[in-house]
Design a protein around this ligand. Structure first.
Ligand SMILES: Cc1ncc(COP(=O)(O)O)c(C=O)c1O
Length: 393
């Protein structure tokens, strides 16, 4: 089985079978080199580089345009955050919760982001409800139904993932957002995994708030992400760090942009590396980013079929909910290893395979999630299925 022809673009340790692009991404060498050049420029002329009016703002605007193209949005509605957790926090800490309000999350949500929701809502006396989304599931409509069933007269906000973390599911966002809006409920989307993994079009989605990482599937350097906010709501959304933009407008720019462009001295090279990262992904194979996303999904589906067969289990989710992540229940193994920590550790130490094993939603306590990126190949998942067979027998 031959290795991926794209592998040399990444600096990943060849001694490790790396199947966890999902957690923190991995930046290709050309992107790291581009960041290094920005860092050299910064250190040569710190003021010239970092002072917003001396050129940084214009450079950030160029990146904003290239991110806007990838996500089908207007560049003016995109602010920078360090990561998706930061984006969710900014919206939650700004949201005018009142004591009678309810905010709805799901049990497939990312723990850090659910914590941010709880912190802000409960501080205001609002209630957090959790929709239990089934897993395994047969149809994406089950997700819509599980969420709609928890809406009440008091629900003001829904916080939902575009692609879930432990279960790796692409959720039917358009239907979910429509159902929420019909009831006057605002929707914040945690899209941490979406840009670069699936086509994203915010104009079609019509969410109210959307945040995502650049460092995951857009392969930019760590740590950077964006927060998109519907124009009418931007006045009310403030970054997690209040800085100069709060009382010093920038000529011709909204306060939203001014505030999210400057949260105190920051490493702007992470955001500047996003444009070279998008260019890299667009140029990696004929057909650009669209072809890459399709290739990654095809590999994920092959990998999933191989693992399901070797584990002897049924598919836990329909293929239309799978992109480049795939989670399957892990059965068997040592007693006392219900959360799969020991299994994960043995896969790494004995088989040199990096793959996450998570506690899933209550219906499925132990899940293994594989990622598929251009540097992966099917032989790596075959190795994983063999290693699992030996460790779980
Ligand atoms: C759905 C989801 N949201 C948020 C995050 C948090 O990403 P970060 O730590 O970069 O903020 C993750 C990370 O894996 C995630 O899967």
């Amino acid at each position: 089985m031959s290795a991926s022809p794209y592998r040399h673009h990444w600096q990943l340790d060849p001694g490790i079978v790396f199947l966890n692009h999902g957690s923190f991404g991995a930046a290709p060498t050309v992107v790291l080199e581009a960041q290094r050049r920005f860092q050299d420029e910064l250190e040569a002329r710190p003021i010239q580089f970092l002072a917003p009016e001396r050129g940084l703002e214009a450079k950030l605007d160029e990146v904003r345009e290239s991110v806007a193209k990838v996500i089908g949005a207007d560049a003016q509605d995109i602010g920078w955050v360090r990561n998706a957790t930061d984006g969710v926090n900014a919206v939650m800490r700004s949201f005018p919760f009142e004591s009678n309000d309810e905010v709805l999350i799901t049990d497939h949500g990312y723990n850090a982001c659910s914590n941010a929701v709880r912190f802000s809502a409960e501080r205001a006396g609002a209630t957090v409800r959790v929709a239990a989304v089934p897993f395994p599931l047969e149809d994406s409509q089950q997700v819509v139904d599980a969420i709609v069933a928890e809406f009440s007269e008091r629900t003001r906000l829904l916080v939902v993932d575009h692609i879930t973390s432990p279960t790796g599911l692409v959720l039917p966002l358009e239907e979910i957002i429509r159902a929420a809006h019909e009831r006057g409920i605002l929707v914040m989307v945690d899209g941490a995994h979406a840009p670069g993994q699936i086509p994203v079009n915010l104009e079609i989605l019509q969410a109210d708030y959307y945040t995502a990482n650049h460092h995951k599937w857009l392969c930019a350097t760590k740590a950077s992400g964006f927060l998109w906010v519907r124009r009418e709501l931007q006045e009310s959304v403030r970054p997690t760090v209040i800085s100069h933009g709060a009382n010093k407008p920038r000529p011709g720019r909204s306060r939203f942009l001014a505030e999210f462009d400057w949260v105190g001295t920051w490493d702007a090279t992470t955001v500047l590396s996003v444009k070279p990262a998008i260019e890299f992904l667009e140029g990696l194979m004929p057909g650009g980013l669209t072809a890459l996303m399709e290739a990654n999904r095809n590999l994920a589906l092959q990998a999933r079929a191989c693992l399901l067969e070797s584990q002897g289990i049924e598919s836990p989710a329909p293929v239309d909910m799978i992109a480049a992540l795939s989670s399957i229940p892990v059965v068997g193994g040592s007693s006392g290893d219900e959360d799969g920590d020991l299994l994960k550790q043995r896969l790494y130490t004995e088989h040199r395979i990096e793959v996450p094993i998570f506690s899933g939603p209550s219906s499925c306590p132990r899940l293994m999630r594989t990622s598929s990126q251009a540097y992966n190949d099917i032989g790596q998942y075959i190795l994983l299925s063999e290693a699992l067979a030996s460790l779980l027998s």
